[in-house]
Design a protein around this ligand. Structure first.
Ligand code: PMV
Length: 331
């Protein structure tokens, strides 16, 4: 076999969070989630079909190096699953590269597994509709990968019945140009995986209150996206981010993703709003803070973040168009 393909897939930032896995085997959530696909935070993944199971590598500035064991296992499991699905008897060599810190709450698993799924299918010369691609990406175990196969604003329904577990685009990227400025307070991988956080979420005493609150927030976010209304969207973003971490911190055992710098950024954002900037925060499973704002306010947001000692770097991203195949292979 000689099939080789490279895919580039974006990360996404959830507005209404997926937190808690109802069905671990099929990676199905308790409730829908909504995200914005990013443009610049992307994973590139090259897959080549091989006779034996090939290596899983990460591209570093000095070349390809073996991926960490946990990542290698997850990648190999997903490659075997996709080969079974395609009824192809093949091994695979895989290499991946992210343009942003990995495992630090910038949804590297979403972009990574979306890119891997797309690259494997292309190497196997299988064309599937986006719904199928989304379902197959979801089965990697990273539910948010189901959303990264689409551009713009994306909803992943809870998928009550078989055949429903795929994401759908609710608005294309050109509908609303929003920015995501990521304040990186710690670029190193988190110590507790989101998989573990999902498993523990229902042990939090705040879990029932979260499940009750989500439907109204989904409705508000859908309305805000439709009307391009940041004043409506912003407060929901913050409710969602704070509640995800409230549930995580009160899970048994507790999971803490926030660091001191996380709070420094939260305080700055309140000050910036008092000064008239239109900026609200959200946070995934990590200490880094995503500042959502319109393009007009982005330069001032970036400049003010530079004055926060705990912010090590900033990433300027915005709504993006979704994944694509690409001829620039990693090996
Ligand atoms: O898809 P996972 O298992 O990496 O979980 C994603 C969890 C959050 O990023 C915190 C929320 C989300 O909806 O993306």
């Amino acid at each position: 076999m000689s099939g080789k393909a490279t895919a580039v897939a974006p990360s996404n930032i959830a507005f209404v969070k997926y937190w808690g896995t109802r069905d671990v085997e099929r990676t199905l959530p308790y409730h829908p989630s909504i995200s914005m696909t990013l443009r610049h935070c992307v994973s590139r993944c090259t897959v080549e079909l091989t006779r034996e199971e090939g290596p899983v590598e990460i591209r570093h500035p000095d070349g390809l190096r073996p991926a960490p064991p946990g990542f290698t296992d997850a990648v190999r499991r997903h490659c075997r699953r996709l080969a079974r699905w395609a009824e192809a008897e093949t091994g695979m060599r895989v290499a991946a590269h992210n343009t942003f810190p990995t495992g630090a709450g910038i949804a590297s698993s979403a972009s990574g597994f979306a890119a891997l799924t797309l690259a494997v299918l292309a190497a196997l010369e299988r064309r599937v509709p986006t719904e199928e691609l989304s379902k197959l990406a979801r089965l990697s175990g990273s539910g948010s990968a189901a959303r990264s196969v689409l551009g713009g604003y994306v909803e992943w329904p809870a998928g009550a019945a078989d055949g429903e577990g795929h994401a759908v685009q609710i608005a294309p990227p050109g509908h609303w140009e929003l920015c995501d400025v990521v304040a990186v307070v710690d670029p190193t991988p988190k110590s507790v995986s989101s998989r573990e956080g999902h498993r523990l979420a229902p042990t939090s005493p705040h879990w029932p209150a979260r499940l009750a609150a989500v439907p109204e927030r989904l409705a508000r976010v859908r309305r805000a996206i439709e009307a391009r209304d940041l004043e409506l969207l912003g407060p929901v973003l913050e409710e969602e981010a704070i509640e995800l971490h409230l549930v995580a911190m009160s899970s048994r055992p507790p999971v803490f993703y926030w660091q001191g710098g996380t709070l420094d950024v939260l305080q700055l954002v309140r000050r910036l709003r008092d000064e008239g900037l239109r900026v609200w925060i959200t946070i995934d499973a990590g200490p880094n803070v995503h500042l959502i704002c319109p393009p007009e306010d982005e330069p001032a947001v970036v400049e003010r973040l530079a004055g926060v000692a705990a912010v090590r770097s900033t990433i300027r991203d915005r709504v993006g168009a979704g994944p694509a195949l690409d001829g620039e292979h990693l090996f």
